[in-house]
Design a protein around this ligand. Structure first.
Ligand SMILES: [Fe+2]
Length: 182
C-alpha cells in the first residue's frame, strides 16, 4: 500500500476544494479520509500517547482551514444531536466503531426553543470507514471504550455557535463552543 500522509491528505483536499468547492467536494474528501484511516501507523506517527488527553489536532491547512483531529481511544462516549454551525465535518473510525444517527427536524427549523426531531438514519461506522455531514446536517454519536476516531472539520467547529438538541426537553439551543472551551 502506498503511504498516505496527513500532508498528502490536506494537499488533495486543497485541490478538491479549489476545483469543486466544499459542498461538491465533500464526498471526495470523505473517500480520502478512509484512505488516511487505512494507514496502519497513523497514531504512532502523529499522536504522542504520553501527552494524549482524548483529542489532538494532527493536521491543519490554513488555506482551506481544514483540521484533522484524533479523538477517543479511552472511555466511550455519546453526544446529543447537534449540528456544526457553518462547518462541514467528516467522522471516521480508526479502531472500534461509532453508532451514528442522522436526525431530521419535524418543525420550522429554528435555532432556539421548541424542536422536534426524528432519526432519519442509524448506522454503524466501522474501522476504516468515514461518513460526511454537510453544513447544517444534524447527527449524534455513540462510541465504545477504546474506539479511536478521526474528525476532519472544514473550519474550526470549536470556535462556532452550533445548535444542540435536547430530546428529553424537546428543545434546541445555541451551543457557543468558544465560550464553553474557556
Ligand atoms: Fe458532530
Amino acid at each position: 500500500m502506498t503511504r498516505y500522509t496527513v500532508d498528502d491528505f490536506l494537499g488533495d483536499a486543497r485541490e478538491i476544494v479549489g476545483e469543486h468547492g466544499i459542498r461538491d467536494g465533500l464526498e471526495a474528501i470523505r473517500e480520502n479520509t478512509e484512505r488516511l484511516l487505512r494507514q496502519p501507523d497513523l497514531l504512532e506517527t502523529y499522536v504522542d500517547m504520553g501527552e494524549y488527553r482524548g483529542h489532538t489536532v494532527i493536521g491543519h491547512d490554513p488555506e482551506t482551514n481544514i483540521h484533522v483531529i484524533v479523538h477517543g481511544g479511552r472511555k466511550g462516549g455519546t453526544s446529543p444531536p447537534h449540528d456544526h454551525g457553518p462547518c462541514s465535518v467528516i467522522y471516521g473510525n480508526y479502531t472500534g466503531h461509532t453508532l451514528m444517527r442522522r436526525w431530521r427536524r419535524l418543525d420550522d427549523g429554528g435555532s432556539e426553543g421548541q424542536a422536534r426531531l426524528e432519526v432519519a438514519r442509524e448506522y454503524t461506522v466501522g474501522a476504516g470507514e468515514a461518513t460526511a455531514f454537510a453544513q447544517g446536517d444534524i447527527h449524534s454519536i455513540d462510541y465504545p471504550d477504546g474506539a479511536f476516531f478521526v474528525r476532519v472539520t472544514v473550519g474550526d467547529v470549536e470556535k462556532q455557535k452550533t445548535r444542540r438538541f435536547d430530546l428529553e426537553r424537546g428543545i434546541v439551543e445555541i451551543d457557543d463552543r468558544a465560550a464553553r472551551a474557556e
